[in-house]
Each structure stands twice: as C-alpha cells, then as structure tokens.
Design a binder for this molecule. Structure first.
Ligand code: UT7
Length: 310
C-alpha cells in the first residue's frame, strides 16, 4: 500500500504568551471559567512575527531533525486561512526562504481546522510511486489577526503557532476520511466584501458537531483498516476544547491515547495536529511503525481524518 513515512517534524510558537489572567483584564472572564469549559491555560500570540515566520521556523526545525538533501523536496503544502497575503501562497514564499529547488510544487490549502488530513492525503497521492522525493506539510496560523479580543466567547480560545511534518513514500497503511456539510453560518471568518474580519462561531453548535463527527470518522477509519483502538498508538484530535477530546476518548475507554496540549497553546486551527505530532516525536512517545489517527473538524463544516503507519 502507498503509505507515508513520518521522517521528521517541527513546531514553533511565537514568544508572547497570553494567560487566562491577562485575558480577564481585557474581557469579562476568569481563569476558572476558561479552564473548566475549555482546558486552556495559555496561548501564544504573534507580536513581531508574521505567519510566514512561524511556518519557516517549524519547517527549519523539521529539516534540522532529518538532515536530508533539501533538493529532494518535491512538494510543499502550507495549510492556513490566515496567510500573510491573499496571494502569493505562503508555500511559494516559504520554498524560497528554505532554499528549496525551483521546480518544487508549492501551494497552500484551506480547509480550516480540518486541513492537516487533506494535506497529508495530497502528499500521499503526489508521492505515490516516487521513492526518492520528500513532501513538507506545514500547518501555520496567525489566528490573532482574525480574533475579536472584545468577544469573550471566542477570544479565549485561539492562539498562533505552526507545525511541520516531513514525509516520504513507504509501503504502509494509509487510510483517509473526509467530508463537508456546506454550512457557512455555524463557523466562518471574513472574506472579500466582509467588513468584519473576525472568526464568527456558534460555539455550542460546533461542539455538538465535533463530538459526533470525531467518533464517526475514527470508527470509519478503523473499519477501513480492519483495526481496533488497541492497534492505535495515538489519536490526535484537533485541539479545540479539552472537553471535546475527553468526550470522544471516553467512548473508546482510551483516555491515555488521546493527545492533549490545548492547555498550553489553545486552538491553533490547522497547526494543532502537526504541532502535536512534533511534540510527540520530541518526547520520543511516537515511534517508527506506530499506527496513529489524526482527525480535524471545523469551518465548512468540514472534517478530515487519516489513519497511517508512521
Ligand atoms: O476550531 C474551531 C472549532 N471551535 C470549537 O470547537 C468550539 C466548540 N465550542 C466550545 O468550545 C464551547 O461551546 C465554548 C468554549 C465556545 C463555550 O462554552 P459553552 O460551555 O458552550 O458555553 P456557552 O456558550 O453555553 O455559555 C455559557 C455561559 C453564558 O452565560 P449565560 O448566558 O449562561 O449567563 C456565556 O455568556 O458562559 C458565558 N460565557 C463566558 N463566561 C465567562 C461565554 N464566554 C465566557 C467567558 N467567560 N469567556
């Protein structure tokens, strides 16, 4: 089977940390409410850094871990909905900054918080039958640009950050599941012609959607692969709310397999899954040959999951 080796990963969070205490000076909220309802304690925000800086640092970290010939990188996919420009794509600028070959296929995709699965699926397809090349997938978001810091129901949730994975074709398990409900109103952000550039969200509706679509996607992936949760080393859900992750983990009686770092970073949209993968690799808790599931959900309303043997 056309699979993907997880060769290396990297992540980067901007320097500035915004605590719940600091937020309680800005809007009517408090640490207890935020911790209890979301699990978030701190998040990182760009001050003097651009989204491109985040992506670059995460990518460089991944490349430094791998020590490969950069000229063999054939594909660069950046996932973001908060790029520095409408055009060019972040991936185009990043490829130059990373000094990659000119013939690299570099592009951005935006499926909001679900993007990682789509990008990895694209990498798998683009590297099929190619045993020489690498693909670099970077989730990078500067959500502070589109966060309304006067709206207590949303500003407590989001953070900035980037995660990168370096991938190579291998023979191994690889399954994916994607979908969309074509719903704008529940969760959207700006766009040409919209005066309000901030994220607009019906929190409870998104919550309900998440706790139904996550187990559905995980079940479908396990069924496709003919595996059970016992075979899976880690389930990495998009980090949107700790209560969402705990709700899903309870269904599988597998709390310890559901990775959580939302307490430190908040919701970093499409960056949350690659940041988590990078942290797991750094901590030597993720090993070659492990089978993992990652699942994202968000605006679209869309979702995307992959089950793969890394
Ligand atoms: O990647 C994008 C995906 N987004 C998500 O996954 C978000 C999913 N949804 C959620 O995580 C939760 O719905 C929220 C964290 C956004 C909200 O939590 P909730 O438990 O659904 O709270 P709620 O909206 O039902 O609000 C409960 C109460 C309300 O007050 P009343 O009407 O009961 O008096 C809110 O006004 O909490 C109030 N409230 C707050 N209080 C203190 C809302 N935000 C805050 C706040 N601090 N920051």
């Amino acid at each position: 089977m056309n699979g993907l080796e997880l060769v290396a990963a990297g992540h980067y969070l901007p320097q500035k940390i915004l605590t719940n205490e600091m937020l309680s000076q800005m809007v009517e909220t408090n640490d207890e409410w935020i911790s209890k309802r979301t699990g978030i304690k701190t998040r990182h925000l760009c001050e003097n850094e651009s989204n491109l800086d985040l992506a670059y640092q995460a990518a460089e970290m991944a490349l430094s871990q791998a020590n490969i010939d950069r000229q063999k990188i054939a594909v660069v996919i950046v996932t973001t909905f908060t790029g520095d420009y409408y055009t060019p794509a972040m991936a185009n600028i990043l490829a130059g900054k990373l000094k990659l070959r000119e013939s690299v296929m570099a592009f951005d995709i935006n499926v909001a918080c679900s993007s990682f699965a789509y990008a990895v699926k694209l990498a798998q397809s683009l590297l099929a039958e190619d045993n020489e090349s690498y693909a670099l997938v970077i989730g990078s978001e500067e959500l502070s640009k589109v966060t309304d810091f006067t709206d207590r129901s949303s500003c407590i949730l989001f953070g900035d950050g980037a995660g990168a994975v370096l991938l190579k074709r291998k023979n191994g398990l690889f399954y994916s599941q994607m979908g969309t409900k074509s719903d704008v109103e529940t969760l959207y952000c700006g766009g040409a012609g919209h005066e309000n550039r901030y994220i607009q969200m019906q929190g409870q509706e998104v919550f309900k959607f998440a706790i139904s679509v996550l187990p559905k996607t995980i079940d479908e992936l396990l069924a496709q692969a003919n595996l059970t949760m016992d075979d899976i080393a880690w389930v990495i859900c998009h980090q949107a709310n700790q209560r969402i992750i705990e709700n899903v983990a309870r269904k599988y009686k597998a709390n310890e397999k559901f990775f959580v770092n939302i307490d430190r970073y908040g919701n970093t949209s499409s960056a949350s899954i690659p940041i988590a993968i990078s942290e797991l690799l750094q901590a030597e808790k993720l090993h070659k040959g492990d089978k993992i599931i990652s699942v994202g959900f968000g605006a679209g309303l869309a979702w995307g999951g992959v089950l793969w043997e890394v």
